[in-house]
Every structure is written in structure tokens, then in C-alpha cells.
Design a protein around this ligand. Structure first.
Ligand code: BES
Ligand code: MN
Ligand code: ZN
Length: 508
């Protein structure tokens, strides 16, 4: 495998854009832009851009790109990449992040490693926040999915100079945070892109443990013996059909000044390949099921960011890792499993495996002292039907905790939307012989999946994020290549970093 992501050197400078010597000058352009705030750049946006506007080639619409030239102060002719930023009044930090990612990807295509970026100040986005999301966007652009090509022709962004004239205060901390958020997202994307034969549960745990140790997290990798000793019958049930042993990766961030009453527990589904087991999936698109560990990758990526940036609270990450395979020893529909918590589950469909491994992992996070739970999982096709590929499903209780997680996801650029967890939906999981079943069938499939997981939340504040639709991009976008998206990494990190806003005296 080749290098698949590289963080550019990002720095803030006071230089005027035309004084630079970069390979490419990046200039965000709004719709009907008169560049009144960038008089020096007006010549670059002169006749050529007017003509492009007239022939409707480039109008500053969101994520359009247009390349032209400009005379630099040095007398050289510089290349300028105009990037559409949409209507000025509608610019958000989320759009700005994507504008940066669009520019970064376009610059790499144009073989331009050193960028100078013009910052267009807008009301409502402070310079520090702009520097942060721009840095994130350019870092996210420095990711390459085709890591197994034998002769890659990859060009990496080497440096990004952000021109923020007269920037009030020091923006370095914002840039550093943006870099970390972008890098940790790329680490998660790298793991999620990895084929099932390369990233087995054992190697997934090893990779996560190595990265976490380097970031200063405490690490515990539970092997099959310890998992059995804890009676994790659901995780062991899912693993029975596989020749690869399971792992439970546990990461802990415990800052010295952490308040004693609150611990954020992050749990991520880590199925390194989901065939469906005996309830086997159809062949079409089964290859995509190598990304069924995206939730686990997101938890690992988030824990790295939490350690590097230094979240003010104790956080634990728990990732159950397993394959879901059909085999002579595999669990069968009709089997009954006993969870570590003691609750019994009748297996209706062996393809509803994610909720099984999550249940035992949520229980373990509680044993370790978690007071607030968030789990992330590519859990149900039904969630993709409900919300499509752009929005993750949110489920949980109490509503205030769901709101808190949703607000973090908005800040992170990981859009999510709540679906209900009304108790009567639990009727779908009724079993004649066990406490409940693992599948409620097709109706409200995303909700019944969430309600299953809720059974293992022990009454704590809990949110479940279903990323089945958002973890993998099937289409290339100007701001994002096909493949793993790194969704939820920044949401979970944002949540931990903003603990002061939700972890009040009594917890919740
Ligand atoms: N990993 C799948 C969910 C999935 C489907 C993710 C499509 C991404 C794209 C999960 O393990 C699964 O198979 N869920 C079943 C549950 C059903 C059997 C109750 C599903 O969604 O069909
Ligand atoms: Mn499945
Ligand atoms: Zn699955």
C-alpha cells in the first residue's frame, strides 16, 4: 500500500496575495462578486473571468472551479484558481470547508503543490474559525483512495499559505486544530478503505493500538480469551463463523484535570467484513461491506484527535472487532445468545450483527465508568432508505443529549438528523423464547436497530448514530473523492472538546 494521506504545512501569513510565489493562488469567488474587499485581485477577475461568466462557464456557483492567470508583483505570471463559494450571504463554515477541499483537490489535479489562499472575510465566520475550516478542507483534500494501484501518480499538497491580513490574535491554534481534525479524519478513511483481507480484526486492533499509543492514549486490546472470560456472548456469536479471532479495542483519554463525575463513552462498530453470515447477503455490492468498520475507525480517529488537542474530560473508546462470515460453526437463525449483561437474544437474521457486537461493547463501556454514551455504526440499510447518503441518522435519549450530539455534528460538517425511538417500536423485537430478537424486519428498520442497542445503554444518556449511508461516497464530488468519508470523526471529537457546554456539575 502506498502513502494515502499527507498533511500539508499550513500557515497564516500577512502577505498580499500578489506578493506570493506559490504554484497556485486560490481565490474563492461568490456569485455576482465584485471583489470589493480584494481590490488587488480585481485584475485577475478581469476580462477573462467576465467572459467566462458571460458564457456561463464560471459564475461563482458553489464548488465550480476556473483557472486563469494574473500578473504577480514579481513580474511573473501566476496561476489563479477561482473556486465558487455560492452567494456570499449563504456562506457557512461548512461550505467554506468544502470550498477549501474543492480547491485542494483541483490543485492536486493541476499538479500544484504549493498554494496561497485568499481569505474572504464574511460576517458570522470569525477569522479563527475560517482558518480552522480552511485548514481542515485542505488537509481532507490531501487524501488518495486508490492506494493499491501499482503505479500511482499522486501529487500531494506540500504547503498552504493562508492570507489573513491583519488577523486579530494568533490563528496558529486554530490552524493546528484544523490540521488535527483533518488528519484524524484521513486516518479513519484510510482504515475504512482497507480491503477485508488486509484489515482483519487482529490487524485493525494492532493499527488502532499503535496509533493510540503514539497519541498518548491508554490502550487495552482484549483478545478472544478475555472476551470469553467476560461472557460477551453476542460478540463471540458473531465471530463464530470466522477463522479470524475477535478483538475488543479499548482506548482511554484521562487528562489530569478531568472532572470526576463525567466520562464520555464512544463505541464504534468494527465489522471488518460483513457477508451477512448464514443469512448471506446478495453478491451485488457485497464488496462494499469492507467498510462495515467505519464506526470503529471513526471512534479511533476521534480518540486520536481528543488526545492530540486535549479534550477536558475523560473519554473512553470501545471498538468491538470481528468478521461476519458463514461457516459450519456460524450462528444460525433461531439460535439464542446470552449477552455479557445477561440479556438473551434470539437470532432471527445473522445479518443483523452490528447491534450484537455493539451491545456487548456498550455494556463494557459502562463497566469502565462511562456516564454518557455515543455509538457510531454502519447499522442498517433502512437508514439509507430514510435519509439517503448525505445525512446520518441520530437516535437517543434524553432529547437534550441528542441535541448536543447533533449540534456537534453540525459544527463538524457531518450532517445528521434525529429519528424517533418511541418505545412501542420495541414490539417488533418481541421473541417467544428469549428477552428479544435481533431483527424487527423491514418496517422502521433503522429505529428497531437503534432500540436493540438502547437495551444495552443501562439508562444512561445515549445516542446512536447510523452512518450506513454517509460512511461511503459512491460518487465523486468536487470536494470529496469516492470511498470512505471519515464521517463522525470530527463529530465525536467536537463533542468531547465542547464538554464544558454539556458536562455540567451533575452530569445529565
Ligand atoms: N452492515 C449492514 C448495514 C448496511 C447496509 C450498511 C447497507 C451499509 C450499507 C448491517 O449489518 C446489516 O446487514 N443490516 C441489516 C439488518 C437487518 C437484517 C435487520 C439490513 O440493514 O438489512
Ligand atoms: Mn449485516
Ligand atoms: Zn454490518
Amino acid at each position: 500500500m502506498h502513502t494515502v494521506h499527507k498533511s500539508p504545512r499550513v500557515f497564516v501569513s500577512q502577505r498580499a496575495p500578489l506578493d506570493g510565489d506559490a504554484d497556485l493562488l486560490v481565490l474563492p469567488i461568490f456569485e455576482n462578486d465584485d471583489l470589493a474587499d480584494q481590490p488587488a485581485m480585481a485584475p485577475a477577475a478581469g476580462d477573462d473571468v467576465e467572459a467566462a461568466r458571460a458564457r456561463l462557464e464560471f459564475r461563482g456557483r458553489l464548488y465550480e472551479v476556473y483557472q486563469t492567470t494574473v500578473a504577480l508583483a514579481s513580474g511573473r505570471t501566476g496561476r489563479v484558481l477561482m473556486v465558487g463559494a455560492g452567494p456570499r450571504a449563504l456562506l457557512t463554515d461548512d461550505r467554506l470547508r468544502r470550498v477549501a477541499a474543492t480547491a485542494g483537490l483541483a490543485a492536486r489535479q493541476r499538479r500544484a503543490p504549493r498554494l496561497m489562499v485568499v481569505h474572504r472575510a464574511v460576517a458570522g465566520i470569525p477569522d479563527g474559525r475560517a482558518a480552522e475550516v480552511l485548514t481542515e478542507g485542505f488537509t481532507l483534500a490531501n487524501f488518495e483512495g486508490a492506494s493499491f494501484k501499482s503505479s500511482p501518480e499522486v501529487l500531494w499538497l506540500a504547503s498552504v499559505e493562508l492570507c489573513v491580513p491583519g488577523a486579530a490574535g494568533d490563528l496558529a491554534a486554530h490552524v493546528a486544530r484544523g490540521l488535527t481534525m483533518g488528519e484524524c479524519s484521513n486516518i479513519a478513511r484510510t482504515m475504512a478503505n482497507e480491503p477485508g483481507n488486509h484489515l482483519t480484526p487482529r490487524l485493525f486492533a494492532e493499527r488502532g493500538a499503535a496509533l493510540a499509543t503514539e497519541a498518548g492514549l491508554r490502550v487495552d486490546v482484549l483478545d478472544e480469551t478475555r472476551i470469553a472470560a467476560l461472557n460477551m456472548g453476542m460478540l463471540m456469536g458473531v465471530t463464530r463463523g470466522s477463522h479470524e479471532p475477535p478483538r475488543l479495542l479499548v482506548l482511554e483519554h484521562r487528562p489530569a484535570a478531568a472532572p470526576a463525575h463525567v466520562t464520555l463513552g464512544l463505541i464504534g462498530k468494527g465489522i471488518t467484513f460483513d457477508t451477512g453470515g448464514i443469512s448471506i447477503k446478495p453478491a451485488e455490492n457485497m464488496d462494499k461491506m469492507k467498510d462495515d468498520m467505519s464506526g470503529g475507525a471513526a471512534v479511533i480517529g476521534a480518540m486520536l484527535a481528543i488526545a492530540r488537542i486535549g479534550a477536558p474530560i475523560r473519554c473512553i473508546g470501545v471498538v468491538p472487532m470481528s468478521e461476519n462470515m458463514p461457516d459450519g460453526l456460524a450462528i444460525k437463525p433461531g439460535d439464542v445468545l446470552t449477552s455479557a449483561e445477561g440479556k438473551t437474544v434470539e437470532i432471527i437474521n445473522t445479518d443483523a450483527e452490528g447491534r450484537l457486537v455493539l451491545g456487548d461493547a456498550l455494556w463494557y463501556a459502562r463497566q469502565l465508568g462511562a456516564t454518557h454514551l455515543v455509538d457510531v455504526a454502519t447499522l442498517t440499510g433502512a437508514c439509507v432508505v430514510a435519509l439517503g447518503k448525505s445525512t446520518s441518522g441520530l437516535f437517543g435519549t434524553p432529547p437534550s443529549w441528542v441535541d448536543t450530539v447533533q449540534a456537534a455534528s453540525d459544527r463538524a460538517g457531518d450532517r445528521s438528523w434525529p429519528l424517533p425511538v418511541f418505545e412501542d417500536y420495541f414490539d417488533h423485537l418481541k421473541s417467544d423464547i428469549a428477552d428479544f430478537t435481533n431483527s424487527g424486519g423491514r418496517p422502521a428498520g433503522a429505529i428497531t436497530g437503534a432500540l436493540f442497542v438502547k437495551e444495552f445503554s443501562g439508562g444512561l444518556p445515549w445516542v446512536h448514530m447510523d452512518i450506513a449511508g454517509t460512511a461511503w461516497a459512491e460518487e465523486t464530488r468536487p470536494y470529496q473523492p469516492k470511498g470512505a468519508t471519515g464521517v463522525a470523526v470530527r463529530t465525536l471529537a467536537e463533542l468531547a472538546l465542547s464538554a464544558a457546554e454539556w458536562a455540567g456539575e451533575s452530569g445529565r
